[in-house]
Write a protein that binds this ligand. Structure first.
Ligand code: FAS
Ligand code: PHB
Length: 389
């Protein structure tokens, strides 16, 4: 088989790139390790930056998001039983969209299938060959049959545990990592959200986040020890912990209910440099991971896809390789700013097991400065709605 671009990974990164390329008449094949249902069952991000919204519109996959998504003009920060608001609209003139990653991925799958784009599910043993030559190819097995796809370029959109990043030789690849000493226990419940906007709460017991998917589907998180497992937490224990960590006014109006999904995500900051090696380009979680505190995971995957899509489009349509040559440098410049913001919000709002009394006072002073200072709030708002591509 031969195609122009092989895309490894059928998550939001891979599917968005495939859809954008197709809109420009560039052929691709998506190789996905799991089934579509398995991919759609993963509950992940919930907030879309304007950049991602624009890409979905450019890809022709924004109708349901426009109809069902929720535009948020700001967010609430809670500490010491008090709440203050970061007004995105006032500080940046723009907003964010609450529309789950699951729905984004569902819309992208639907568009791919409707356009007859090729997705090969349940592939095994994906291996990248000759990425440093002008004739790369990918081999894999599906249904017990060995397959090979010759191509011009390979997009590694296969997430943190994929094969693409590890294809870049150890002597070439540099990895930067910070593992946080806690995780997020998240639940979905078919209950109305506790507030119209998200509440990011810092408390002596730990961080909590009140988010949502729609008027009757809420998403809540509490910081938990890395050693915890979802089964260690009954629904009752989760709701009690959440109520202790958010302001009383919110706790009093919180509507609880049975969890329909419960999972724990570890938190890490991680970046791979470079994000390309010959004709292999890394995108999204294959190249970088952020703690979800700043809602930057999916949205930083989006900016990678923007840069790579335009680079490939310029190559195929205009014969220019400047974007291809500059991809890694351009993507990393924005990745590191998203890493910094995600690290900053995580450091600001979480309880660190080993933090000293002085550290705690620094955290409290940081939150107080954010509460009282317009410039600090503007800086947070600009990062949260998404820095320019
Ligand atoms: P993904 O990991 O989503 O997709 C990669 C795809 O590649 C998967 O479908 C996988 O099956 C496939 N794959 C892997 N190896 C392969 C191989 N060898 N061959 C073929 N296919 C292969 N971000 C937020 O902004 N907010 C959140 O709250 C949030 N919560 C998260 C919770 C968890 C548990 C995780 C893991 C991530 C979370 N994220 C969150 C980040 C998440 O949203 C990612 O940023 C987003 O999924 C990135 O999308 P992709 O780069 O497409 O990677
Ligand atoms: C979510 O709704 O899942 C969500 C929202 C904001 C975050 C992280 C997760 O920062």
């Amino acid at each position: 088989m031969r195609t122009q671009v092989v895309i490894i990974g059928g998550g939001p990164s891979g599917l968005l790139l495939a859809q954008l390329l197709m809109k420009s008449g560039i052929e691709s094949v998506v190789l996905e390790r799991k089934t579509k249902d398995y991919v759609l069952a993963r509950i992940r991000a919930g907030i879309l930056e304007q950049g991602m919204i624009g890409l979905l519109r450019e890809a022709g996959v924004s109708d349901r998001m426009e109809a069902e998504g929720y535009v948020h003009d700001g967010t609430l920060i809670a500490a010491e039983n008090a709440t203050f608001r970061i007004d995105f609209k006032k500080h940046t003139g723009t907003t964010v969209m609450v529309y789950g990653q699951t729905e984004v991925t569902r819309d992208l799958y639907e568009a791919r299938e409707k356009a007859g784009g090729k997705i090969v599910y349940e592939v095994e043993g994906v291996t990248i060959h000759d990425a440093k030559t002008d004739a790369p190819y990918v081999t894999y097995t599906v249904g017990g049959q060995d397959q090979r796809i010759d191509c011009d370029y390979i997009a590694g959109c296969d997430g943190f545990h994929g094969v693409s990043r590890k294809t870049i030789p150890d002597g070439v690849r540099r990895e930067f990592e910070k593992v946080y000493p806690f995780g997020w226990l998240g639940i979905l419940s078919e209950t109305p959200p506790v507030d119209d906007e998200l509440i990011y709460a810092s408390s002596p017991e730990g961080f909590a986040l009140c988010s949502m998917r729609n008027a009757n589907l809420s998403r809540y998180y509490v910081q938990c020890p890395l050693t915890d497992k979802p089964e260690d937490w009954s629904d009752a224990a989760f709701w009690e912990a959440l109520k202790r960590r958010i302001p009383e006014e919110a706790a009093d109006k919180l509507i609880t209910g049975p969890s329909i999904e419960k999972s724990i995500a570890p938190l890490r900051s991680f970046v791979t440099e470079p994000m390309q090696w010959g004709r292999l380009f890394l995108c999204g979680d294959a190249a970088h991971i952020v703690p979800p505190t700043g809602a930057k995971g999916l949205n930083t995957a989006a900016s990678d896809i923007h840069y790579l899509y335009h680079a490939l489009r310029d190559h195929y349509l205009d014969g220019s390789d400047e974007g291809i040559d500059q991809y890694s440098a351009k993507a990393l410049a924005r990745v590191w700013k998203a890493e910094r913001f995600s690290w900053w919000m995580t450091s600001l709002l979480h309880h660190f097991p080993d933090q000293s009394d002085f550290d705690l006072r620094m955290q409290q002073a940081d939150i107080a400065f954010l509460r009282d200072n317009e410039a600090a709030q503007k800086a947070m708002a600009e990062n949260y709605v998404g820095l320019p591509y």
